[in-house]
Write a protein that binds this ligand. Structure first.
Ligand SMILES: *[C@@H]1O[C@H](CO)[C@@H](O)[C@H](O)[C@H]1NC(C)=O
Ligand SMILES: *[C@@H]1O[C@H](CO)[C@@H](O)[C@H](O)[C@H]1NC(C)=O
Ligand SMILES: *[C@@H]1O[C@H](CO)[C@@H](O)[C@H](O)[C@H]1NC(C)=O
Ligand SMILES: *[C@@H]1O[C@H](CO)[C@@H](O)[C@H](O)[C@H]1NC(C)=O
Ligand SMILES: *[C@@H]1O[C@H](CO)[C@@H](O)[C@H](O)[C@H]1NC(C)=O
Ligand SMILES: *[C@@H]1O[C@H](CO)[C@@H](O)[C@H](O)[C@H]1NC(C)=O
Ligand SMILES: *[C@@H]1O[C@H](CO)[C@@H](O)[C@H](O)[C@H]1NC(C)=O
Ligand SMILES: *[C@@H]1O[C@H](CO)[C@@H](O)[C@H](O)[C@H]1NC(C)=O
Ligand SMILES: *[C@@H]1O[C@H](CO)[C@@H](O)[C@H](O)[C@H]1NC(C)=O
Ligand SMILES: *[C@@H]1O[C@H](CO)[C@@H](O)[C@H](O)[C@H]1NC(C)=O
Length: 814
């Protein structure tokens, strides 16, 4: 299937969609138009000609009793609403409410009392001749039945939170309306929320606004074919989506088109404050979010409210900091965090100077990003800084870092994982006295230790004997079947975690013969035990020097665990991106080893296995830095669930081939792509994509801190200036010829067109030096980036355009 791929997919991440409501749509009681004689009520639906869009009553989420008239995609399994008529005026009884053509020819919504709650408010309509139809573009139009080109009203002129291909966002110069997108309040409430996306006609830029007062992201100026700060919103050849920013006599507006009619897509102003671009992944049956603005969820202004802290991960977005609790847990639960958090216990100092309570204390919070509305004082020690804060009751926190910073009033825009420390004022009861508690802990643990040693001495010989007997029974063939109890014992009740991933956690364990193993506990999967066993035994038979060995498994009452050999050096990312860097020789050996392991998976074992999740975290190293690929076969083991988790897992997407996001069939070439992306990281010793650490004001610059080594390397390669890559790599023993070969191979692997990518066999041969490697074409996305020096300032690129040269890989053909 020849699909052109959107360049920006390369630089994306995917988050869970907070906005979508997962509910199978009703079987549409389809009708083609609402006319004077035909109304819409209850379960009835107005469906577009090809069934792509549906208009009808919907209930947003199960917590709501309200009904709204809305439009959603007619053709996908998740009901995704893209337009709401009566955002602020719900009806409570859909059966008794109707959508009708009123006597003046308008389309109106009547509630159970026959009161108009919503109307199209147009002047020139007439009762007899007007009809409302749903178009396959997602546009609801009110038009003249005798002459359908006379459009009286259309939903594309009244966008709510979503923007579809073909509709215009921005200023309509004829009506003077500046059309914008406003988020829902929360999952259960489509009324206008705090976040909006709109054009500023004066600045000629699009802004994301909080509460119509604070800008937290701006698109930058239109550069002729893309936005300065959002190159993925642009018009390029052969991309999925083309944007055009037009200024003519009718308006000043942004539109976009989708190349292929079968691609289902939309842009949504989400309740989490991001403008998300969505593409329906038919394969995984879920939305992919190839891009979102701002990219970092936590850059959304005041997302978590006062005293809420933003965490950038999939599971939750906001949590209250120590000593605080959600002000409005119901809203919080449905994704509206704006209420923020309140103190669990009031401060003593606010209780009118009463001396009854204990004096407030300060609690140390580590690893935060701090709000920037502090006042600085020249105080040169921590103690005096604390005193300065405790002397003023409205001081809520202080930090000391070569000077004293004090915060007054509510704290907003706190973030986790930022590496800064501050001290938060809390009621005394929230901060236990440290000294007494510490002493208790020490005493208890010493006592515990003695007891433990005593018992161990007493029982050890017995356990050992029992275990020996037992383990003789369980081992048969190459693969051992463990009972769950065995594994609880081996892993000491899953006490030592080696890692956590989307598919489950990995624990360290020790077999009775003191072999150390890694036990992977798969998260709930709906696969039958029988097919699980079948798949596991296939994987168990796969043995290769560069693949992790599966030693055993457990499949009991739905619990599924895998037992692997243990690699003491851990995963590749820790060595590659850690402080001590690997030598070039080792890096090259690692790259070669991985390619051999993959080749074996693809070609040489009985059934071809596509790994699907190649990334440094899934490459383990043994004592002599021999790479071993982990987690192969999981894609088959987990089936559909796998792609669902994979495409929504943060940190994976940089390695995912474009066909994953497009939802087309996955072949071994998808692994080749991931391998290529990883090879760039092995070469550079750095993550391909590094977001700027963005400690500054969220309303200030947001983008512009991207660095993308593959694009940089590609251009240096074309310029013949491979030498300068060396400076970035901090390796002494680099072999220029090997470096050039590796960069070329990596670039071949990350071609957007699957057919251009080499097979794993060719990769091995190229890396082994069996062939000269031709100059690869530069994938278009890489060119786009290099046209904009600012967006990759990490490597301070000053070069500009490089023409795309398509060179056939003739020397590769065997
Ligand atoms: C509605 O029905 C009446 C009588 O059944 C008919 O005369 C009229 O043309 C119809 N109008 C429309 C718009 O279908
Ligand atoms: C809504 O439904 C989901 C699952 O469909 C459930 O987990 C959740 O508890 C429900 N919420 C309420 C408020 O009923
Ligand atoms: C979805 O649309 C496509 C083409 O537009 C069509 O082939 C397919 O049958 C539709 N699926 C459903 C479930 O309506
Ligand atoms: C309908 O009218 C009744 C009686 O006038 C009133 O109590 C009720 O609130 C109304 N309902 C709506 C949805 O307006
Ligand atoms: C209504 O129709 C009149 C005459 O046909 C026209 O001048 C006017 O612009 C129309 N108004 C709207 C709102 O379309
Ligand atoms: C609808 O179109 C017909 C034919 O063009 C025209 O005669 C009629 O006046 C139009 N009605 C309205 C309300 O525009
Ligand atoms: C329909 O309306 C358009 C625009 O108002 C007009 O140009 C066209 O002649 C009309 N067609 C008919 C059949 O009335
Ligand atoms: C974008 O809009 C301008 C002005 O309307 C037009 O000249 C240009 O052809 C459009 N570009 C694309 C790619 O459609
Ligand atoms: C403090 O005292 C003032 C007046 O004495 C009263 O208005 C205020 O509510 C009190 N505040 C608190 C927190 O008790
Ligand atoms: C506490 O600090 C605030 C903000 O700087 C200031 O307005 C207020 O006067 C101070 N209060 C006292 C008692 O110093």
């Amino acid at each position: 299937m020849a699909i052109a791929r959107k360049h920006s997919l390369l630089y994306t991440f995917i988050t869970f969609l907070s906005l979508l409501i997962s509910r199978k749509p009703h079987l549409a009681l389809g009708m083609s138009a609402i006319t004077a004689n035909q109304t819409l009520a209850g379960d009835q639906k107005l469906t577009s000609a090809k069934g792509k869009f549906v208009l009808g009553f919907f209930k947003p989420g199960n917590a709501s009793n309200n009904w709204y008239i809305g439009i959603w995609f007619g053709n996908i399994s998740q009901q995704t609403v893209i337009w709401v008529a009566n955002r602020e005026e719900p009806v409570t009884n859909a059966g008794a409410s109707k959508l009708v053509i009123s006597s003046d020819g308008n389309l109106v919504l009547l509630n159970q009392n026959r009161t108009i709650v919503w109307s199209t408010h147009t002047k020139n309509a007439s009762f007899d001749s007007t009809e409302a139809v749903m178009l396959d573009t997602g546009n609801l139009v009110l038009r003249n039945r005798s002459n359908t080109s006379i459009v009286l009203w259309q939903s594309f002129d009244h966008l709510t939170h979503a923007w579809l291909p073909g509709s215009k966002l921005g200023l309509n110069k004829i009506t003077g309306v500046n059309q914008n997108l406003i988020s829902w309040k929360d999952e259960n409430n489509p009324s206008p929320g705090l976040f909006s996306f709109q054009l500023d006609p004066k600045e000629q830029e699009f802004f994301l606004w909080w509460h119509n007062s604070i800008t937290y992201w701006r698109s930058g100026k239109w550069q002729g074919n893309f936005f300065e700060n959002a190159p993925e919103m642009g018009s390029y050849e052969n991309t999925y989506i083309t944007f055009n920013f037009t200024n003519d006599e009718t308006g000043f507006y942004l539109t976009y088109w989708v190349l292929d009619d079968s691609i289902i897509s939309g842009n949504i102003m989400s309740i989490s404050g991001q403008l998300q671009s969505l593409i329906w992944n038919k394969f995984a049956e879920q939305w992919s979010i190839p891009t979102a603005q701002p990219k970092d969820q936590c850059s959304v202004y005041n997302l978590c409210g006062s005293f809420g802290s933003c965490i950038d991960n999939n599971l939750h977005t906001c949590q209250c900091i120590k000593g605080f609790t959600e002000k409005n847990p119901v809203n919080w639960g449905s994704g509206d965090y704006s209420g923020g958090c309140i103190r669990k216990n009031p401060l003593q100092c606010t209780q009118n100077g009463s001396t009854k309570g204990k004096k407030d204390r300060f609690y140390k919070l580590n690893n935060m990003v701090l709000p920037n509305n502090f006042k600085s004082f020249e105080i040169d020690n921590l103690k005096d800084c604390e005193i300065a804060c405790s002397n003023n009751c409205s001081c809520t926190a202080y930090a000391y870092n070569n000077g004293c910073s004090l915060w007054y009033g509510d704290l907003v825009n706190l973030k986790d994982n930022g590496g800064e420390t501050f001290y938060l004022r809390l009621a005394a009861s929230e901060v236990p006295t440290t000294s007494r508690k510490k002493r208790t802990i020490v005493i208890v643990s010493i006592a515990g230790l003695f007891l433990f040693l005593f018992l161990t001495f007493l029982l050890f010989p017995i356990i050992r004997k029992w275990w020996r007997l037992r383990s003789m029974k369980i081992s048969r063939g190459t693969l051992s079947a463990f009972t769950y109890q065995d594994l609880v014992y081996i892993t000491k009740n899953f006490s030592e975690t080696l890692g956590k991933g989307g598919f489950g956690s990995v624990y360290k364990g020790t077999l009775p013969n003191s072999t150390v193993v890694a036990v992977k506990r798969l998260r709930d999967i709906n696969q039958s035990d029988k097919s699980f066993r079948a798949e596991v035994s296939t994987i168990g038979n796969i043995q290769h020097f560069n693949l992790i060995r599966l030693l055993g498994f457990c499949c009991e009452k739905g619990r599924k665990l895998l037992v692997y050999e243990y690699m003491p050096m851990g995963s590749l990312d820790k060595h590659l991106f850690g402080s001590a860097s690997l030598t070039w020789k080792i890096r090259y050996q690692i790259a070669l080893g991985i390619s051999r392991g993959l080749l074996y998976l693809h070609d040489e074992c009985r059934d071809c296995i596509i790994h699907c999740d190649i990334k440094p975290e899934n490459i383990l190293l043994n004592e002599s830095f021999v790479p071993k690929i982990a987690d192969f076969g999981l894609a088959k083991l987990l089936g559909r669930e796998f792609s669902r988790v994979l495409t929504s897992m943060r940190g994976t997407v940089g390695y995912l081939a474009p066909e994953w996001i497009a939802g087309s069939a996955i072949t071994t070439k998808a692994d080749v792509y991931s391998y290529g992306m990883m090879l760039f990281e092995i070469i550079s010793g750095k993550r391909n994509r590094k977001e700027g650490d963005d400690l500054g004001d969220a309303s200030q610059e947001e983008e512009g801190n991207l660095s993308f080594f593959p694009a940089f390397a590609a251009n240096k390669l074309v310029e013949g200036d491979i030498h300068c890559l060396l400076d970035l790599m901090s390796v002494d023993d680099c072999n220029l010829e090997e470096l050039e070969r590796a960069v070329k191979v990596a670039l071949w692997c990350v071609q957007i067109e699957e057919d251009l990518r080499p097979s794993m066999r060719q990769v091995v041969q190229m890396l082994e030096g069996q062939f000269n490697v031709n100059m690869p074409p530069i994938p278009r996305p890489f060119q786009v980036l290099t046209e904009m020096p600012d967006s990759i300032n990490f490597f301070s690129i000053t070069t500009s355009k490089t023409p795309a040269v398509k060179v056939p890989m003739s020397t590769l053909d065997e």
